[in-house]
Design a protein around this ligand. Structure first.
Ligand code: SF4
Ligand code: SF4
Length: 64
Protein backbone atom coordinates (compact mmCIF):
# COMPACT_ATOMS: atom_id res chain seq x y z
CA UNK A 1 0.00 0.00 0.00
CA UNK A 2 1.30 3.46 -0.89
CA UNK A 3 0.33 6.37 1.31
CA UNK A 4 1.44 9.88 2.18
CA UNK A 5 3.33 10.68 5.34
CA UNK A 6 4.15 13.99 6.97
CA UNK A 7 7.59 14.83 8.32
CA UNK A 8 6.60 16.69 11.44
CA UNK A 9 10.04 18.32 11.63
CA UNK A 10 9.43 19.95 8.26
CA UNK A 11 5.78 20.88 8.70
CA UNK A 12 5.59 24.62 9.31
CA UNK A 13 2.06 24.44 10.76
CA UNK A 14 0.74 26.86 8.13
CA UNK A 15 -2.40 28.81 8.96
CA UNK A 16 -3.87 27.61 5.68
CA UNK A 17 -2.49 24.16 4.82
CA UNK A 18 -2.32 23.90 1.04
CA UNK A 19 -2.12 20.12 1.31
CA UNK A 20 -5.56 19.94 2.94
CA UNK A 21 -7.11 21.72 -0.03
CA UNK A 22 -5.27 19.50 -2.51
CA UNK A 23 -6.60 16.18 -1.25
CA UNK A 24 -9.72 14.98 -3.03
CA UNK A 25 -10.42 12.30 -0.42
CA UNK A 26 -9.93 14.63 2.56
CA UNK A 27 -7.17 12.45 3.90
CA UNK A 28 -5.04 15.42 4.92
CA UNK A 29 -6.40 16.78 8.14
CA UNK A 30 -5.45 19.75 10.24
CA UNK A 31 -7.65 20.06 13.24
CA UNK A 32 -5.78 22.42 15.52
CA UNK A 33 -4.21 25.56 14.08
CA UNK A 34 -1.22 25.09 16.40
CA UNK A 35 -0.47 21.52 15.36
CA UNK A 36 0.98 19.87 12.27
CA UNK A 37 -1.20 18.46 9.55
CA UNK A 38 -1.76 14.70 9.58
CA UNK A 39 -2.75 11.98 7.13
CA UNK A 40 -5.75 9.73 7.65
CA UNK A 41 -4.28 6.54 6.26
CA UNK A 42 -7.69 4.99 5.78
CA UNK A 43 -8.60 7.69 3.26
CA UNK A 44 -5.26 8.09 1.47
CA UNK A 45 -4.71 6.30 -1.83
CA UNK A 46 -1.21 7.59 -2.51
CA UNK A 47 -1.94 9.89 -5.45
CA UNK A 48 0.79 12.36 -4.43
CA UNK A 49 -1.23 15.55 -4.94
CA UNK A 50 -0.49 16.70 -1.39
CA UNK A 51 3.25 16.18 -1.93
CA UNK A 52 3.16 18.74 -4.73
CA UNK A 53 0.86 21.05 -2.79
CA UNK A 54 2.86 21.34 0.44
CA UNK A 55 4.90 24.52 0.26
CA UNK A 56 7.62 23.19 2.57
CA UNK A 57 8.18 19.71 1.21
CA UNK A 58 6.91 18.16 4.40
CA UNK A 59 4.95 15.36 2.73
CA UNK A 60 6.31 12.32 0.95
CA UNK A 61 4.91 9.07 -0.36
CA UNK A 62 5.93 5.80 1.24
CA UNK A 63 5.13 2.16 0.88
CA UNK A 64 3.79 0.45 3.98
S1 SF4 B 1 1.28 23.01 3.78
FE1 SF4 B 1 2.82 21.50 4.39
S2 SF4 B 1 4.05 22.59 5.91
FE2 SF4 B 1 2.12 23.72 5.73
S3 SF4 B 1 0.76 22.83 7.33
FE3 SF4 B 1 0.39 21.74 5.41
S4 SF4 B 1 1.72 19.92 5.53
FE4 SF4 B 1 2.49 21.41 7.03
S1 SF4 C 1 -1.47 11.12 -1.42
FE1 SF4 C 1 -3.41 11.83 -2.39
S2 SF4 C 1 -5.04 10.80 -1.22
FE2 SF4 C 1 -3.16 10.66 0.01
S3 SF4 C 1 -3.25 12.40 1.41
FE3 SF4 C 1 -2.09 13.05 -0.41
S4 SF4 C 1 -3.58 14.01 -1.81
FE4 SF4 C 1 -4.73 12.80 -0.27
Amino acid sequence: MIIAQIDFKKCEICDSCTAVASCATRAVIKIDKDESAAIDQALCHGCGDCVLACTYGAISIMEV
